[in-house]
Design a protein around this ligand. Structure first.
Ligand code: SF4
Length: 231
């Protein structure tokens, strides 16, 4: 296998150890630069707009020092599926004996499908940013269709994954979230749906103010199981 991509620098940072980001695993997190969305609540501006600093080789060398101590690696960002050698990187991570979780906005269904078909990913956290009608307005991205292709494929293959949405009430109201819930239920999603309440930080992509109100969770549909985070 060609190792030319080892000198690429797609990573902004590495979190060396986390117990929170990959269910049932002690993991590291690789933070990939660049994203094809511009969510107003995104606080990862250096990651979205910045250049990577860490070489793939350095990241793999780090993992070699963690064999038998960590069980998994989270590939996050940014949008890690934009990295052109993610497939080869997953092969190498797997060869080192780690499980892989991918955090994605779902806009690269081809790559996700290829990774799953070749057993190169173990768990996926899929962001459902907004219902179709306001998806582009919220994300500045037109690829709702690609996102839906990813979602359908994960459900169809019964893959181990979770769907999650970040909620800022100026952007999404109860009705919008219920549209997402209806869509998930209609398509047969049977895992927990995670709603992440927006926590205010300065300097988000959309220069957002704090929420004027927190959404009323009693108005949310009970059609699927919901877990609230930070509400
Ligand atoms: S929150 Fe949005 S803009 Fe930020 S990294 Fe995720 S998909 Fe990209």
């Amino acid at each position: 296998m060609s190792k030319e991509f080892h000198t690429d620098r797609p990573l902004y940072d590495i979190t060396r150890f986390t117990t929170l980001d990959f269910p049932q695993n002690l993991a590291s997190v690789f933070w990939f630069c660049k994203c094809n969305m511009r969510c107003p609540y995104c606080y990862n501006t250096p990651i979205v707009f910045g250049d990577g600093k860490i070489e793939i080789k350095e990241a793999l060398d780090f993992l070699k020092t963690r064999q038998n101590r960590l069980t998994g690696v989270v590939l996050s960002g940014g949008e890690c599926t934009l990295y052109p050698h993610l497939y080869e990187l997953c092969q190498e991570i797997k060869n080192l004996g780690f499980k892989i979780k991918i955090d994605t906005n779902g806009t690269n269904p081809k790559l996700i499908k290829k990774l799953i078909q070749n057993s190169l990913v173990d768990y996926i956290a899929l962001d459902y940013k907004a219902p179709k009608e306001i998806f582009e307005k919220i994300t500045q991205n037109k690829n709702f269709k690609d996102f839906q292709t990813t979602l359908k494929y994960l459900i169809y293959t019964n893959f181990n994954f979770e769907v999650r949405t970040t909620v800022h009430s100026d952007l999404l109201n109860e009705n919008d979230i219920n549209k997402i819930i209806n869509d998930l239920q209609k398509q047969g999603y049977d895992n927990t749906y995670y709603l992440q309440n927006y926590l205010h930080v300065e300097d988000t992509i959309g220069k957002l103010e704090n929420q004027k109100r927190v959404i009323d969770v009693d108005k949310l549909s009970k059609k699927i199981e919901i877990e609230l985070r930070e509400f």
